[in-house]
Design a protein around this ligand. Sequence first.
Ligand code: CP3
Length: 352
Amino acid sequence: LVNTTAQTFSLTAKPVLRALLGESVSPPPLWLMRQAGRYLPEYREIRAKCPGFVEFCLTPELAAEATLQPIRRYGFDAAILFSDILMVPYGLGQPVTFREGEGPVLEPVRNAAGVERLRDSEAAVRLAPVYETLRRVRISLPQQTVLIGFAGAPWTVACYMVEGGSSRDFAAVKAWAFGDTEGFEKLIDLLIEATAAHLIRQVAAGAEVLQLFDTWAGVLPESFTRRLVIRAAKEIVARVKKSCSRVPIIGFPRGIGALYLDYVRETGVDAVSFDSGVPVSWAAREIQGLVPVQGNLDPHVLVAGGAALRDETRRILEAFGRGPFVFNLGHGILPETPPEHVAELVRLVRGG
Ligand code: CP3
């Protein structure tokens, strides 16, 4: 009993965990999606040591260092594991590489035979260095800093797996999803299992919070959003909660607009992250009473800095500041972001 109490105390002392458990923390805790990466000179320096991005992610020494760099520079309230959503397809045995200036390249999966070739049985071994990275980061973090693990949601990961990389119109993945929905759902179901297992292994390695990134949730019509985005998130949350009931899960179904409400009601996520298009007054009124919220500064505002940065930050703080809230961007930080604008944002949020 003593142990449990002590553990609860030390856990809830971290501002991000307090906010995600429903407390209004003032000033609100903050971290930024993609807070590690190319906008930081110290990242570019260690990134040069390992030409392949997948190999970089699978080298615990480098990935742990990349995770810690933004914590040292800015003192964010959360560290997010340095990895990528495409490590799950890599774990399933799909060849994945990243090309300079081009982004990810995958050998596309286009049909049932392609799904048949994917294997979850070796993922724990193939991804072992990712879990080692978490163990290393966890022991190096300041006491008040929470460690976030993550995964891409099945729909978003399937977009890359089927398109074979980034896409402008998602023609191939939509042709499959709309033309043979049951066949496509075999891929989604495989990803539900693989993603839940990956998240559970991250918690075992030290992740204290999880975030599910559904970057392309907003490109689907409503009925498919319900079937592919909301259902998948719900099943992943259920699986993760079964083995790690106390770890808060943040959902990020980017771009789903008014369906944010049903996403929150139906999936069981503990908190929700808003993209920059979500009106903050609507979200504060309709959603912040249901779950803690996170977001949603436009990353381009952070690039611009100046009056736009001050005004937008103030608007977000005014709308969300009275309820449980974690300050963040509405999407990942952009590589051209001046590092001093990030320092300015940290001062603005912390009231300095
Ligand atoms: O947030 C963090 O700091 C942790 C690390 C992280 C990365 N990717 C590192 C990365 C996280 C959480 C991601 C998630 C991710 N990856 C998403 C979801 C969030 C989002 O931004 O929408 C998506 C869609 C991906 C897929 C991906 N990874 C693409 C399309 C690309 C190429 C485009 C780009 O930004 O370069 C990546 C590569 C990638 N992932 C980089 C980093 C730092 C750049 C690679 C490099 O440094 O050479």
